[in-house]
Write a protein that binds this ligand. Structure first.
Ligand code: SR1
Ligand code: MG
Length: 418
């Protein structure tokens, strides 16, 4: 048996042969199923297969980068890392993920719950929709997954075994190392931007010493700071929502890295959505109040993350770090609290720098975001992109100078007004 990439017919035959999956669909007969391929991401195939009794999603890795084609091979093993990340996240936040039904290493696929009526968050933000629980859900998800995947909580042998497992996710980390931290900062062939409007700002960025040093400092953290098991690609396309529910999908870039990377990724995408507002058709006052909601969401993500992390620190600190015997048991609760605040301060600084890198790469690197790409008028789009680029630069260069999350919203507002 060998790997084969499925199509809408062969995927039905495949699921028909998987007893538990077929049971969910209510049939073992491919002819009674309907399948469509809906993947719009950069890497994989995504099928929705429906039967008389229900529906599932089949996510299958392709042996190459879908966005670019078979000239850029990519290991199928990323499905294995994704499955391992999902099962670890599910131990603490099962209600924030799709339910998991089946993993097939040979065919590099995962069968999971078909989330409906959920929609990709990025599309909803482009449409100007608000989600009252988003910040709370994401702040808790980040705190729960990052805390429980770190030396603050994990058994030390388990943490080291997991680090070894995810250390093999080399190619996916290499994508981030290249596309996020390196290529946007020189004349790399895959870079793209809105031309000619962004030619000047992009070239200026590439000859900006402060920004290049700043981004290399972030790359250093990315490659060396094995703080926790990360999602690894937590943008608004990796989140699905309804009015009351939030689910996080697609952790194929999972590895042990700095906590601030996941947080910064999510914040960056909220800021990108914010700067895209002036490009979308709507009454300007609506776009203004919606922009304020986006900034408030970013603020609340950080607040909920840090509050939840602090609670977990107090209640579930069972790992090798800040052992209770050294602090609380020794009557020095203040010592542990100082440690917590210093630690969170470092995570915040990292999140700021990573957010900057994540913004810049979506504007002048290979992979862009629909928030900007969906702005039809190139001049209008470029005006939004230039402001977002400026914010990304500021975050990279001045990441240590923002006292708190409100400093980031103030900066975003000031740049948008300019
Ligand atoms: C070639 S892959 C480009 C991007 O898509 C993924 O979602 C990651 O963000 C990656 O950097
Ligand atoms: Mg993805």
């Amino acid at each position: 048996r060998a790997y084969r990439a499925f199509d809408v017919d062969s995927v039905k035959e495949y699921v028909a042969g998987q007893e538990e999956v077929a049971e969910r669909l209510g049939t073992k007969t491919p002819g009674e199923m309907r399948a469509r391929e809906v993947g719009d991401g950069n890497l994989n195939l995504v099928f929705i297969v429906e039967g008389p009794g229900g529906a599932v999603v089949v996510k299958q890795a392709l042996p190459y980068v879908r966005l670019v084609g078979d000239s850029w091979p990519l290991p199928l093993e990323r499905a294995y890392f994704e499955w391992n990340a999902l099962t670890r996240q599910a131990a603490h936040q099962p209600h924030r993920l799709p339910r998991l039904f089946h993993f097939d290493a040979l065919n590099a696929l995962i069968v999971m719950e078909y989330l409906t009526p959920h929609v990709i968050l990025r599309k909803e933000l482009i449409a100007g929709k608000r989600f009252d629980h988003l910040a709370e859900h994401m702040g808790i998800f980040l705190a729960e997954t990052l805390f429980h995947g770190s030396d603050f909580h994990l058994d030390k042998a388990k943490k080291k075994a997991d680090m070894a497992l995810f250390a093999d996710n080399v190619e996916l980390c290499a994508i981030t190392e290249n596309l996020v931290f390196t290529e946007p900062y020189f004349d790399a062939p895959l870079n793209r931007w809105t031309r000619p409007q962004l030619d000047g700002p992009a070239r200026a960025l590439q000859s900006d010493r402060a920004v290049k040093v700043g981004v290399q400092e972030m790359l250093y953290r990315f490659t060396t700071k094995s703080e926790a098991l990360l999602h690894g690609d937590l943008h608004t396309g990796s989140v699905m929502v309804t009015g009351s529910d939030t689910r996080v999908i697609d952790p194929e870039f999972a590895f042990y890295g700095p906590m601030g990377f996941d947080i910064g990724a999510f914040l960056a995408n909220l800021f990108l959505a914010y700067f895209a507002q002036d490009g979308h058709e709507a009454r300007p006052d609506e776009r203004h109040t919606y922009g304020e909601w986006l900034l408030e969401t970013a603020e609340n993500v950080w607040s909920v993350f840090s509050e939840t992390f602090a609670r977990l620190w107090r209640e579930e600190r069972t790992g090798i770090l800040y052992a209770r015997a050294l602090f609380e048991d020794a009557g020095d609760e203040t010592g542990a609290t100082i440690g917590l605040h210093r630690f969170l301060g470092g995570v915040f600084e990292d999140a700021v720098g990573f957010a900057g890198a994540k913004m810049v790469r979506r504007l002048v690197g290979l992979a862009h975001v629909e928030d900007m790409e969906s702005i039809g008028d190139p001049d209008r789009r470029a005006a939004c992109e230039v402001k977002a680029l400026l914010m990304g630069r500021e975050l990279l260069v001045n990441r240590t100078t923002f006292g708190d999350i409100y400093g980031l919203s103030c900066l975003a507002r000031a740049i948008r007004r300019e």
